[in-house]
Design a protein around this ligand. Structure first.
Ligand code: PA5
Length: 432
């Protein structure tokens, strides 16, 4: 079960504050669920959990099986929405040490998400004498960072296997109707996976963008889609009394109006680090425009309580926290007993680390809330495929609703173009 708990906000927000938003929410719900067949309004993700094509899922599974059999290393080339979701999901389901721990599956590396020469050189070294396959992901097919990396690793594969054999190790995930990557893939005969035209990058993790890398990691992608489906169904009501997703969007907006300009998403397990990176991109690019938006930040506790904790407790009161956690207190390692107890730790002996972590969570919520930092708490049963799909869909929908409440278009990112235009000018790209 997914549990949404806003009871710690009682000192900050009243039920009346929330209910005032119902009419606006009714309008936004209609706007989000009315999909135009004629215009591309980037709302394809809204009904994706009921609309995805099973034939595409079958192709993803069979490509993943082949990659798992013939590859030691699987390179995922992409940036932004074509990168963060897959990495977030693999680490959420496994660990941030996935590549060190995995057996009988390819190691998965992400590249093309920067222009660092060092990073590319490192991956080239890792690929030396290994069997390698590539998945290049780009919706537009024109993004500079992945396009550079693709040239380098395509050449690497062609030098290693010859042009013909390299072809069977290159998989392209892109818009099936347009773009330069599609053009290259068609010319070379690479297998292609579809990013629907009406689904934008940061809302695309539940398409082949996330599902192919996830299937290569050994994840059960049917369970991810089932979680997303249940989340779709459970967050379908317009009523703020029952729809937690809409409630979350409203609470964020009320807190913002009360001067809480930063949302800090926190969790008690490092496997959430990249999930939070994905979340930051989702909310940052969707909401941060026209001079508005909540700045999305993240922290892993208790680690960052020893760096950011002081600021959260006693610094400028511009923050609210959203905690994402799993109910796993009875599992995992216990603290060993030492008879002499010189370090004074025997009071914890035989206690589960997860139990101690839970107490740290309870203590932190109490301290931060009393210190003037409101907390919203979301609890999932475990870090499984089902809950991954559930919360991905939950946050996508909450983000779109929250952005509409702020009066901005959740599906564009005009600000990202500014650095690109300058960079292209400086690099002498034709036409700039
Ligand atoms: O959310 C978005 O649309 C962006 O972050 C894109 O995903 C990112 O810029 C990469 O674009 P593309 O997939 O076209 O290479």
């Amino acid at each position: 079960m997914f549990n949404f708990d806003s009871s710690c906000l009682h000192d900050f927000i009243t039920n009346d504050d929330i209910e005032k938003y119902q009419t606006k929410i009714d309008e936004i719900h209609e706007k989000l669920h009315s999909v135009s067949e004629k215009v591309n309004d980037f709302k394809g993700w809204v009904k994706w959990p009921i609309n995805f094509k099973t034939s595409e899922i079958k192709r993803i599974k069979s490509a993943a099986e082949k990659i798992r059999k013939n590859s030691d290393v699987f390179l995922v080339i992409g940036i932004g929405g074509s990168y963060l979701g897959a990495r977030a999901a693999i680490e959420f389901l496994n660990s941030e040490n996935y590549n060190h721990l995995i057996k009988n599956s390819p190691k998965i590396f992400f590249i093309g998400n920067s222009i660092s020469s060092q990073e590319v050189e490192d991956i080239l070294k890792i690929c030396d004498k290994k069997e390698v396959s590539i998945n290049v992901i780009s919706k537009s097919g024109t993004t500079t960072e992945p396009a550079i990396a693709f040239r380098i690793f395509r050449k690497f594969l062609e030098d290693k296997y010859g042009k013909e054999k390299a072809k069977s190790r290159i998989y392209c995930t892109t818009d099936s109707n347009q773009g330069l990557l599609l053009k290259v893939a068609r010319k070379e005969g690479y297998e292609c996976f579809d990013i629907p035209t009406n689904i934008g990058g940061r809302y695309s993790v539940l398409t082949s963008v996330g599902l192919l890398p996830l299937a290569v990691s050994g994840a059960d992608i049917d369970k991810i889609l089932k979680g997303a489906y249940d989340s779709y169904q459970e967050n379908l009501s317009k009523s703020l009394k029952v729809n937690n997703c809409y409630r979350y969007a409203v609470l964020r907006n009320i807190l913002y109006k009360k001067g809480k300009y930063i949302e800090l998403i926190t969790g008690y397990d490092s496997r959430l680090r990249y999930f939070f990176e994905w979340w930051k991109q989702l909310f940052g690019e969707s909401e941060g425009k026209d001079g508005t938006g909540i700045f999305p930040a993240s922290a892993i506790f208790t680690t960052d309580l020893h760096s950011l904790g002081q600021f959260i407790q006693e610094g400028n009161k511009i923050l609210f926290e959203t905690v994402l956690k799993a109910k796993n207190v009875d599992e995992g390692l216990t603290v060993p007993l030492y008879k002499d107890d010189i370090d004074g730790m025997n009071y914890l002996s035989d206690k589960k680390l997860n139990y101690i972590n839970e107490k740290a969570f309870e203590a932190t919520v109490l301290a931060h809330t009393r210190g003037g930092t409101p907390n919203i708490i979301m609890t999932i049963e475990n870090y499984s495929e089902y809950y991954l799909g559930y919360i991905i869909y939950f946050f996508e929908k909450a983000c779109a609703v929250s952005s509409y409440l702020m009066g901005v278009n959740p599906f564009n990112q005009p600000g990202v173009e500014k650095y690109k235009t300058n960079m292209f000018k400086f690099l002498g790209k034709p036409g700039y």
